[in-house]
Write a new protein. Structure first.
Length: 432
């Protein structure tokens, strides 16, 4: 049964699989789906459903100050499967988000609830060794364990998690949960952490507890984004260049294919292994190669017939994607939106043909989007195998874009895509 919440979202009692989750790694959480296919920030609907704060008070007894932490999702404009190859990415934080309502406990116990399953509460203590538990709790457990390992004295907390990110859309729900959880613990402990260090702590939590060998991009952008900007990020050096995304000139639109996004541990690990095989091949030539970041397109061409054909295609995508991402950052900075869009489309073709992580539904959405007037470019975004595409277009074209794409997709697949126009938002933080 679906219910309409006070903030204008339809509460769907369901299951959220955080992006990047491996086999069996499932987070049970509430999913708030916009009633209309527009940005969540513009929805205003009145009704009598209890607010998230009221739900928190009903769930957890006791006194003390209540805090609300907001952690945005993210969309990657270009630079896919490059982060774990020491490459470049161009993500931005988006309006759909995770919110964690929390209150300090003095007994060291951590109790976490989801509005999707009001009868279920995850519990563990920060005064004892934090171990892995039921799969959906490991994101929270991992963050607590890594903060303790970093020397942060944590207190217990009661917490309620809500979410406006689309289900399995490749928009980084897992990183939002991790960074939001870390900020909840830090806020209640009365301390803070540098965003770069915070991102690394959350990445390690995902590696060690969720057992997903993710790169740093998701945690980085959720922890350090600037409102009104995308971030051109060097995954090796940690250098950031902020790229202006003026909504008066350019709109970003995310389209959820509604095809279940499952970045299985097997597929993800296989791609990483193939990249590592390519690195070993190029390093044998006496070249100083630590990652595919260090390989040139000339070297890729020279390896044809010598390196396994599949491994070569994987490497060609990564090397080409690094070049495209850097050029796209410069193009957006200079207002060259046509060129940025061309590079996004080239990225999609490479992900489809060389990295082989697209699917028929994503290809159809991208191909259709590229034919709509006012659209500069479109590509699949996220790990692949379903999920979302991202497009950049003229602001005046957003409505027509949504209407035409929805109608074409419905006729082809009998599915209605969820469409999210969004601005670039700020990093995670406390809502005051």
């Amino acid at each position: 049964m679906q219910k309409l919440g006070r903030d204008g979202y339809m509460l769907s009692h369901g299951v959220l699989a955080p992006d990047g989750a491996g086999d069996g790694q499932v987070l049970l959480a509430s999913i708030y789906i916009p009633v209309l296919t527009v940005s969540p920030s513009v929805l205003k609907v009145k009704n009598n459903m209890p607010s998230a704060m009221e739900l928190f008070e009903q769930k957890f007894s006791g006194g003390g100050k209540i805090h609300t932490i907001r952690a945005p999702g993210r969309v990657n404009l270009i630079g896919e499967h490059t982060d774990y190859n020491d490459g470049f990415v161009l993500p931005m934080a988006i309006e759909p988000e995770v919110r964690i309502i929390c209150r300090k406990r003095e007994d060291g116990m951590v109790r976490i609830s989801s509005t999707a399953f009001p009868e279920k509460i995850a519990e563990f203590s920060v005064q004892q060794k934090v171990t892995r538990g039921e799969s959906w709790t490991n994101y929270f457990r991992g963050v607590a364990a890594e903060l303790l390992a970093a020397g942060i004295p944590l207190c217990g907390m009661d917490a309620l998690v809500t979410n406006t990110l689309p289900v399995g859309g490749g928009l980084s729900s897992s990183a939002a949960i991790e960074v939001g959880t870390a900020l909840a613990f830090l806020t209640l402990a009365g301390t803070s952490m540098d965003p770069a260090r915070l991102a690394l702590v959350c990445q390690k939590a995902e590696h060690e507890y969720a057992l997903v060998p993710c790169g740093i991009m998701d945690q980085m952008i959720v922890a350090s984004a600037q409102a009104g900007h995308a971030t051109l990020y060097d995954c090796r050096s940690g250098e950031k260049k902020f790229v202006t995304m003026d909504p008066a000139d350019l709109r970003v639109v995310i389209v959820n294919s509604m095809v279940k996004h499952e970045l299985s541990g097997g597929e993800y690990a296989q791609r990483r292994k193939q990249c590592e095989e390519a690195v070993k091949f190029f390093a044998k030539g006496g070249i100083n190669v630590r990652a595919l970041r260090d390989v040139s397109m000339d070297q890729i061409q020279q390896a044809e017939g010598k390196l396994d054909a599949t491994v070569l295609r994987r490497a060609r995508h990564v090397v080409g994607e690094n070049l495209r991402t850097q050029e796209a950052g410069a193009a957006l900075t200079n207002g060259q939106y046509d060129r940025a869009g061309e590079l996004m489309h080239q990225s999609h073709i490479s992900l489809r043909d060389d990295y082989e992580v697209s699917c028929a539904e994503l290809d159809f959405l991208v191909d259709t989007a590229m034919k709509i007037k006012g659209v500069y470019g479109a590509r699949m975004t996220g790990g692949g195998f379903g999920g979302c595409i991202v497009a950049i277009c003229q602001p005046r074209s957003v409505d027509a874009f949504g209407e035409q794409l929805s109608e074409s997709y419905r006729k082809k697949y009998s599915l209605k895509p969820a469409i999210y126009p969004t601005n670039a938002t700020a990093a995670a933080g406390e809502v005051r």
